[in-house]
Design a protein around this ligand. Structure first.
Ligand code: ATP
Ligand code: MG
Length: 218
């Protein structure tokens, strides 16, 4: 047991079993009790998200409702302006003092980390825990490649001996599920059951989310 906190950010538009299984396995493998899913408020790197921030928050809450060990942290939804992970980590760092913070992200997101706002500061604030994802191999460019090479550790225990600064990759069950694919299925009149919790499918149906076919996806 540790006082470490894990942060798993995303648009969760909608949340699906790829997210949830990865979160569950990461929490278990790292033995982190405080595991928080953080829906992005207004993601700066996307044209527009399909469901409102409030709907994405509600869907995520519905998804993890049966599981008290997975928390939803709504600070990005309620923070004005664009959602930057570095601001979220700053505010969590103020709360947890010197405890380790683990920033969990899928391999596709990790490959793009150099595009995140003030990305150099992320590693000062947290460890990076990179979770495997189908169709995404580790592919880092430039300064990000150097950083990953320098900070990489295979030791999970090392993550709990310092507050931030290391990069660790963990294997999770590879589920080839994406929100984009689910949105597309719904827009085409398909049924996305078994890709995401039924509670979320029910919420989507009730609100008629994702039924409009987007002109251009991202
Ligand atoms: P979209 O298709 O809209 O981009 P997504 O399925 O990629 O949605 P995001 O909300 O963008 O979901 O992802 C949030 C985080 O979850 C990212 O770090 C991403 O890498 C990770 N993630 C998403 N799906 C999976 C999956 N199937 N397996 C492992 N990690 C995943
Ligand atoms: Mg994505």
């Amino acid at each position: 047991m540790s006082s470490a906190v894990a942060i798993f950010g995303g648009t969760f538009d909608p949340p699906h079993f790829g997210h949830l299984r990865a979160a569950s396995e990461a929490a278990e493998k790292l033995a982190v009790e405080d595991f928080r899913l953080v829906p992005a408020g207004r993601p700066p790197h996307r044209q527009g998200s399909w469901a409102s921030p409030e709907d994405r928050l509600e869907m995520l809450r519905a998804a993890v409702r049966p599981w008290s060990d997975l928390q939803v942290d709504d600070r990005e939804i309620h923070r004005p302006g664009p959602s930057y992970m570095v601001d979220t980590l700053d505010s969590i760092r103020r709360e947890v003092g010197e405890s380790p913070i683990l920033l969990a992200l899928g391999q596709d997101a990790a490959n793009q980390l150099h595009r995140w706002h003030e990305w150099h500061r992320l590693i000062d604030l947290a460890h990076l825990v990179i979770m495997t994802r189908p169709h995404s191999r580790p592919r880092y460019s430039g300064a990000l490649a150097d950083l990953v090479a320098q900070r990489r550790t295979r030791s999970k225990a090392a993550l709990f001996k310092q507050p931030a600064g290391l990069v660790c990759r963990i294997e999770v069950t590879r589920l080839a599920i994406s929100s984009t694919d689910i949105r597309r299925q719904i827009a085409n009149g398909g049924n996305p059951r078994f890709l995401l919790p039924q509670s979320v499918v029910g919420y989507i149906r009730e609100r008629g989310l994702y039924e409009e076919r987007p002109g251009q996806d991202e």
